[in-house]
Design a binder for this molecule. Structure first.
Ligand SMILES: [Zn+2]
Length: 208
């Protein structure tokens, strides 16, 4: 019915002088339904008798509706994106272990992969999570800064690396470092220790 009315109105009431027509701004406000019904009603009567206004109003109404539809689509897209981000965050978080572990790694008489000394006593065992590790360095090690890192295999870029200052305590040279092993999968790795600028000494470590 509205369509039929529209077809009739769009031809039947030409008003080339635009007598009694609202301003463009007022027309826009009407199309956006920013006026009260009482304010709008006289204009609706006018539109029913003025073809140019009826056309302009219909056009503006279409624009307003399209804009509304787009903003609903935009909101829907945002909601979907937010769900996606949450899902990824959740999935990622499940692979991250946040346990805090305290580990003593006695490196004295431990076999290095350089294969030079000591009987060795099996690989070190670290736990996934944040490991506060106290390394007891081999006898004769200097009290100095050391690089400590975890490697997948030798020689590659470390997966995790940090630095610690070794101190002498009761004849032992000890470095205390925190290793972030929260994102590393279980498995066999190497822990490397070196004085900065020198070669790494690698020791097998199992991450549980
Ligand atoms: Zn008019």
């Amino acid at each position: 019915m509205l369509d039929a009315l529209g077809r009739v109105l769009s031809k039947e009431f030409p008003n080339p002088e635009r007598i009694g027509c609202p301003s463009r701004d007022l027309l826009k406000a009407l199309a956006a339904r920013q006026l009260s019904l009482t304010e709008a009603e006289p204009w609706m009567d006018h539109f029913a008798q003025c073809t140019p206004c009826f056309r302009d109003y219909s056009e503006l109404r279409r624009l307003v509706e399209r804009r509304q539809k787009l903003s609903y689509l935009g909101i829907a897209a945002l909601v979907i994106m937010a769900c996606g981000v949450l899902w990824v965050w959740h999935a990622h978080r499940q692979g991250v272990i946040t346990a805090h572990n305290y580990i003593v790694a006695d490196m004295r008489n431990r076999l290095t992969l350089r294969g030079d000394q000591g009987p060795g006593n099996g690989p070190l065992v670290f736990q996934r999570g944040f490991d506060d590790v106290s390394f007891y360095l081999p006898e004769g090690s200097k009290a100095s800064n050391y690089d400590v890192a975890i490697f997948h295999e030798e020689p590659t870029e470390p997966l995790v690396s940090t630095m610690g200052a070794a101190t002498m305590e009761n004849d032992k040279t000890i470095i205390k470092v925190t290793l972030d092993l929260s994102r590393i999968a279980r498995g066999d790795y190497l822990v490397g220790i070196r004085l900065p600028g020198t070669d790494w000494s690698y020791y097998p470590v199992v991450l549980k």
